[in-house]
Write a protein that binds this ligand. Structure first.
Ligand code: BG6
Length: 476
């Protein structure tokens, strides 16, 4: 009962939000280096004019270019993760470090060598790397030349990247994730599929085509992983946005059904090997050609994932009543205010029971092991005169969510492999570009304008999480 022996406790980050060193050792300019500048960038990410201007002539502050300098400080950070007792550390490989232009004939040896050292450092300290192959980042050349995943040409390019990193790290990395939050592309195609869509009328068709191309690439990566790394496990990754109907009015419940089935459509393909029936009908009725071939269908069917990983921060509520106007924020997209829940400083509605609901729902749906690879509270921290950060609010959030995981394992029989808390060391926020939206157990001295020493220090939650891991989730 309770957390199984060998439960994978740890933390997670993404290359582009942490590494910095954006042109070092031959790395190519990546989408995140030019597309997503400054604060308040959720709006900017859907503004094609702003993105095009940034690509041609980047102006202003681009926080990912330096980020928290993980590229040079990873040894110090991994030592701190080891001090907390991490069993696993999730990060992503920057595709643009390995293939600077995305379509280069040869990989960049210096980029490959960096991840060799990073993974060696983890293993030296008893921490298993869990690697995301693509976390909202790729060479900007792929956007300029092919319009990102809107083109099928990216499928073989990604397959080559996948085979390159599997061959190189096969003795060091045994657990992989293909695309981060694959469903987010529905909301933010520039971020998710690196495609610029100028005509709003084309947005849905182009996004669905691009997502289809990613799904085929994901299945080919699963195939290559299984063939090249015996015993390795490879999973998909979805932003789990559990949605509640605002009332029990059937129209509200139907709206919830529509939201959720769309949210999981791509994961259905990755885990079950085919598109859901409603999806086929939908694209047919909308006259959308996603470019699916008979060969694609076979690839998708034959190469499903070994486990389903997801991020969970909050839940969403939907209403069909125009009088319900109080909006809530959420992970990239929101809904209406749920009056039963409190919100974070960024308006994300905090819902620990929602995590148990999500675990139960996903396990029933897919019947595959689950992995929570992101969860946490983005909050402003205050550094006291003595240097301490007393982040009791973060401890409270994490404690309640871990209790929900425990109930899902003990009482609902969910097969949960592990838990990696998001932004275990403070990093740049993906949606806002802020540094002050912090998730970490480790504080990084840097502000929203990029000032600061980048020095690391332990927050109160650092010591709390250390005890949680040491007691395998018993001491909360
Ligand atoms: C997830 C992403 O959507 O949420 C991460 O995979 C992101 O990259 C995380 O950082 C938290 O979101 P934010 O916008 O607070 O950084």
């Amino acid at each position: 009962m309770s957390f199984p022996k060998g439960f994978l406790w740890g933390g997670a980050i993404a290359a582009h939000q942490a590494e910095g060193a954006y042109l070092e050792d031959g790395k190519g300019v990546a989408t995140c280096d030019v597309m997503h500048g400054g604060k308040g960038r959720v709006a900017e990410m859907s503004d094609m004019k702003a993105i095009r201007a940034n690509i041609e002539n980047p102006q202003g502050y681009f926080p990912e270019r330096v980020a928290v300098d993980f590229y040079h400080r990873y040894k110090e950070d991994i030592a701190l993760f080891a001090e907390m007792g991490f069993k696993v550390f999730r990060t992503s490989i920057s595709w643009a470090r390995i293939f600077p232009n995305g379509d280069d004939a040869q990989p960049n040896e210096k980029g490959l060598a960096f991840y060799d050292s990073l993974f060696d450092e983890c293993l030296k300290r008893g921490i298993e790397p869990l690697v995301t192959m693509s976390h909202w980042e790729m060479s900007i050349n792929l956007t300029k030349k092919y319009n990102g995943w809107a083109s099928r040409e990216l499928i073989p390019l990604f397959e080559r990247y996948a085979k390159t990193i599997f061959a190189r790290y096969k003795d060091k990395v045994k657990r992989w994730l293909t695309f981060n939050e694959i469903n987010m592309s529905f909301h933010m195609p520039s971020l998710g599929v690196g495609a610029l869509i100028d005509d709003p009328a084309q947005k849905e068709a182009m996004t669905l085509r691009a997502c289809h191309n990613q799904l085929v690439a994901s299945a080919l990566a699963v195939k290559a992983c299984h063939e090249m790394i015996p015993g390795a496990k490879i999973g998909c990754m979805v932003a789990a946005m559990t949605t509640y109907p605002y009332t029990c009015r059937p129209e509200d419940v139907w709206e919830k059904t529509l939201m959720e089935r769309r949210n999981y459509a791509l994961t259905d393909v990755q885990a079950q090997g085919k598109y859901p029936a409603w999806f086929d009908r939908y694209v047919e009725k909308q006259n959308i050609d996603i470019g699916k071939t008979a060969d694609d269908e076979r690839i998708l069917r034959e190469h499903t994932v070994d486990f389903v990983s997801f991020s969970y921060y909050c839940t969403n509520a939907v209403s069909t009543d125009p009088a319900v106007t109080d909006k809530s924020q959420g992970n990239v997209f929101g809904g209406v205010q749920n009056p039963y829940l409190k919100s974070s400083e960024w308006g994300w509605q905090i819902d620990p029971l929602g995590l148990r609901i999500t675990l139960s729902f996903l396990y029933d749906r897919y019947q595959k092991p689950l992995f929570i690879v992101e969860n946490g509270l983005g909050a402003k921290d205050t550094v006291e005169a003595d240097g301490s950060v007393n982040d009791d609010y973060r401890i409270e959030y994490l404690r309640e969510h871990i209790k929900a995981m425990k109930a899902a394992i003990e009482e609902d029989g969910v097969d949960l492999m592990g838990y990696t808390a998001w932004g275990c060391v403070d990093i740049i926020s993906a949606s806002t570009g802020e540094m002050s939206k912090r998730y970490g157990f480790i504080y990084v001295d840097k502000d929203d304008e990029g000032n600061g020493t980048l020095n690391r220090s332990r927050k109160k939650s650092f010591f709390w999480y250390k005890d949680v891991i040491a007691s395998n989730g018993e001491k909360l």
